[in-house]
Design a protein. Structure first.
Length: 126
């Protein structure tokens, strides 16, 4: 039996499910992770709503085919806010050319209201 996770870890797990979902599963995964009016902001995007979030995720998959997002380290959270680091990993060789840190705010049900993303490592020309 696995140990119970916190609402922050659960929210971040749903976040990664959305980022790693294929085209057919993406809408459902985004809806499970974000509130209807939820947002996503990083240095390259500032969007609101499920359709726009799905488009940002699709664009990342187009730019980095064969890659998956994974948690890097622990999730830290308090007062409806969580922070965590992540890597974009090449599934074939395990390299991780992109890494970042995100801060998310949650609603009372643990769904994401907003993501504030920071890119910590980006390959030249990306």
């Amino acid at each position: 039996m696995t140990a119970p996770t916190t609402r922050y870890e659960d929210a971040v797990a749903r976040y990664f499910e959305a980022w790693n979902a294929g085209p057919q599963a993406r809408a459902k995964a985004v809806a499970a992770a974000w509130t209807d009016d939820g947002g996503y902001t990083d240095p390259l995007a500032d969007v609101r709503g499920h359709a726009q979030i799905e488009a940002v995720i699709a664009a990342a998959h187009e730019q980095f085919p064969g890659f998956a997002f994974r948690l890097s380290g622990a999730v830290d959270g308090h007062h409806d806010t969580a922070r965590f680091s992540w890597e974009l990993v090449n599934v074939a060789d395990g390299s991780a050319p992109v890494a970042g840190s995100d801060v998310v705010t949650l609603d009372g049900e643990g769904r994401i209201r907003a993501v504030f993303g920071f890119l910590d490592r980006v390959p030249a020309g990306a």
